[in-house]
Design a binder for this molecule. Structure first.
Ligand code: SAM
Ligand code: SF4
Length: 467
C-alpha cells in the first residue's frame, strides 16, 4: 500500500489544463496522493501552466517565487515539499525553468503527463527531471480514470478531451508549438469515459479540444467520425442531459455540425466561436483562413438552424499593423453579431511565432485604449443579453447549493448562473425557471410550479436579444 501524501495542483489558462490537472490527480491517486486545496499542506505542488500570453508566463514565475519561500519555511520545520511545473510553459521553457527557479525539481510538458508517477518518483529520488519530448504513446490510454467518489465530488458537469493540438498555425499563437499537431481520440475511448462519468452522476459533458470541431477520431464503425457524429452518439446516453463543445474554429463549422444544433436537443444553444478580428486584412495576416463575410455567414446559418442560439468569441486587439480602421471593423463586427459574452485580449508577442517578428508592432498605449473600447462594447452586449432573459422561462440544470440557506444554483443553457429556492433533490436535474431579475451576472428566478424537475432533454423558448 502506498504511503498517504497530498498533492496540490494549480491550473492556469484553458479548460484543457483543468482537464489535464484532474487526470494528473487521478493518476497520482494510485501512488497514494490525495488532492488538497492548500499548497501549505501539500507534499507535491504542481503548477499547470499557460503560455498563451506573456502575462500568463510571468504569473507562473511570480507564483514560483512565492512557493520557494513557502518551501524554505516548510523545510526549516523538517517537512519536504516538491515543486513541479506542468503545462505549456513547461513545454516551451523546459530546463530554463529550473535555471530561473531552482526550487523546481520537475518540469513536464502536456503530452507527457501520463508519466507523472514515474517522473515524481525520480524527482523524489533527487534528480532534476525535465520531460518535454513529444510522447509517441497515447497519453489518454495511460492516465488513470478517477475513482467513483472523486467523480461524484467534482459535480454534475465534466470536461472530456476529444482532441488536442492544432495544425492551423495562426501567426500569433503558440498552441501548435506547445501542444503539438492535431490528434483526435477514438470514439470508443471517449464513449467509455463519458459513460463512466454519467454512471457517477455527471449530467453535462463539455467536449474540449484546442480545435474541437476539427475532431476526426476513429469511430465505432472503423471510419473516422466527425464531431457531430460523436455528439449524436453521446446524446443517446439517456442520463446525459446536456452536451457542449469548445473551442471551435470557424473553418471547421461544417454542415453536419450546424444541423446537429437543429436536431439534437441535448446540444446547448451556446457556441464559442472565436473570430479574433473584424478586419479581413488582419485576418489574413493572422492566417485565420477565413474572412469576415464567411464568419457572418456561419453565424447566420447556425442561427437559422437554431434561432435561440447565442454566441461568444475571442478577440485580439493591437495585432501588428492593426490600424484604427481595422479596429473599427472589429467593433462593427461585434455590433453586427451581438454576442452574449466575449473574451478580449491585447496582442502579446510570443517568441517563435511569426507575428512576433512582424514590423509595425502596435504601441502598448494604443492596445490599451482599443481594449478598453472593445470591452466597453462587449460588456454592454453581455448585459443586454442577460437582461433579455428577464421575464422569460429557461431550462436550468441544477448543480449545487447556493450561498444562501435553501438556495440551489444551476446554469441556464447560456451558462448564466441561476439561483432559486428549491429542495436539494433538484440537483442533477433540469427544471424550468421563470427569470424575474438580473443581479450582476446571475439570473434570479423561481421554479415554474407546473413543470416538475425532469431529467428530460432541454427545450427552451427564443431568448436571443439580437436575432
Ligand atoms: N483554438 C482557439 C481558436 O481558434 O481561436 C483558441 C485558442 S487560445 C488557447 C485562446 C485565445 O487566446 C485565442 O482565441 C486568442 O484570442 C488568444 N490568444 C492566443 N494567442 C494570443 C496572443 N499571442 N496574444 C493575445 N491573445 C492571444
Ligand atoms: Fe491557436 Fe489558431 Fe490553433 Fe486556435 S486555431 S489554437 S488560435 S493556432
Amino acid at each position: 500500500m502506498s504511503e498517504a501524501r497530498k498533492v496540490h495542483i494549480k491550473s492556469f489558462g484553458c479548460q484543457m489544463n483543468v482537464y489535464d490537472a484532474r487526470r494528473m490527480a487521478d493518476t497520482l491517486a494510485r501512488d497514494g496522493y490525495s488532492e488538497t486545496a492548500s499548497a501549505e499542506e501539500a507534499d507535491l505542488i504542481i503548477l499547470n501552466t499557460c503560455h498563451i500570453r506573456e502575462k500568463a508566463v510571468e504569473k507562473v514565475y511570480s507564483e514560483l517565487g512565492r512557493l520557494r519561500e513557502m518551501k524554505t519555511e516548510s523545510e526549516s520545520e523538517g517537512r519536504r515539499q516538491m515543486i513541479a511545473v506542468a503545462g505549456c510553459v513547461a513545454q516551451a521553457e523546459g530546463k530554463e525553468i529550473i535555471r530561473r527557479a531552482p526550487s523546481v525539481r520537475l518540469v513536464v510538458g502536456p503530452q507527457n503527463i501520463h508519466r507523472i508517477s514515474e517522473l515524481v518518483a525520480r524527482a523524489n529520488a533527487g534528480e532534476a527531471v525535465v520531460d518535454t519530448d513529444f510522447a509517441v504513446e497515447d497519453k489518454f490510454e495511460q492516465l488513470a480514470t478517477p475513482k467513483p467518489e472523486v467523480t461524484r465530488a467534482r459535480g454534475i458537469s465534466a470536461f472530456v478531451t476529444v482532441q488536442e493540438g492544432c495544425d492551423k498555425f495562426c501567426t500569433f499563437c503558440v498552441v501548435p508549438y506547445t501542444r503539438g499537431v492535431e490528434a483526435s481520440r477514438s470514439a470508443e475511448r471517449i464513449l467509455a469515459e463519458a459513460e463512466n462519468l454519467v454512471a457517477q452522476g455527471v449530467k453535462e459533458i463539455t467536449l474540449i479540444g484546442q480545435n474541437v470541431n476539427a475532431y476526426h477520431g476513429r469511430g465505432l464503425d472503423g471510419r473516422d467520425w466527425t464531431l457531430s457524429k460523436m455528439i449524436a452518439r453521446l446524446a443517446e446516453i439517456p442520463e446525459l442531459l446536456r452536451i457542449r463543445y469548445t473551442t471551435s474554429h470557424p473553418r471547421d463549422m461544417d454542415d453536419k455540425l450546424i444541423e446537429a444544433h437543429r436536431d439534437i436537443e441535448k446540444l446547448m444553444p451556446f457556441l464559442h466561436l472565436p473570430v479574433q478580428s473584424g478586419s479581413d486584412r488582419i485576418l489574413g495576416e493572422m492566417n485565420r483562413k477565413h474572412t469576415r463575410a464567411e464568419y457572418f455567414r456561419i453565424i447566420e446559418r447556425v442561427r437559422k438552424a437554431r434561432p435561440d442560439m447565442a454566441f461568444s468569441s475571442d478577440f485580439i486587439v493591437g495585432f501588428p499593423g492593426e490600424t484604427d480602421r481595422d479596429f473599427e471593423d472589429t467593433l462593427a463586427l461585434v455590433r453586427e453579431v451581438g454576442y452574449a459574452q466575449c473574451f478580449t485580449f491585447k496582442y502579446s508577442p510570443r517568441p517563435g511565432t511569426p507575428a512576433a517578428e512582424m514590423d509595425a508592432q502596435v504601441p502598448e498605449d494604443v492596445k490599451s485604449e482599443r481594449l478598453y473600447r472593445l470591452q466597453e462594447l462587449v460588456e454592454r452586449q453581455q448585459h443586454e443579453f442577460n437582461l433579455s432573459c428577464v421575464g422569460k422561462e429557461l431550462d436550468v440544470l441544477f448543480e449545487k447549493p447556493g450561498r444562501h440557506e435553501g438556495q440551489i444554483v444551476g446554469r441556464s443553457p447560456y451558462l448564466q448562473p441561476v439561483p432559486v429556492m428549491a429542495a436539494k433533490s433538484i440537483i442533477g436535474s433540469v427544471a424550468r425557471v421563470r427569470v424575474n431579475e438580473l443581479r450582476t451576472y446571475s439570473l434570479i428566478g423561481e421554479l415554474v410550479a407546473d413543470t416538475p424537475a425532469t431529467p428530460a432533454a432541454n427545450s427552451i423558448p427564443e431568448v436571443n436579444a439580437f436575432a
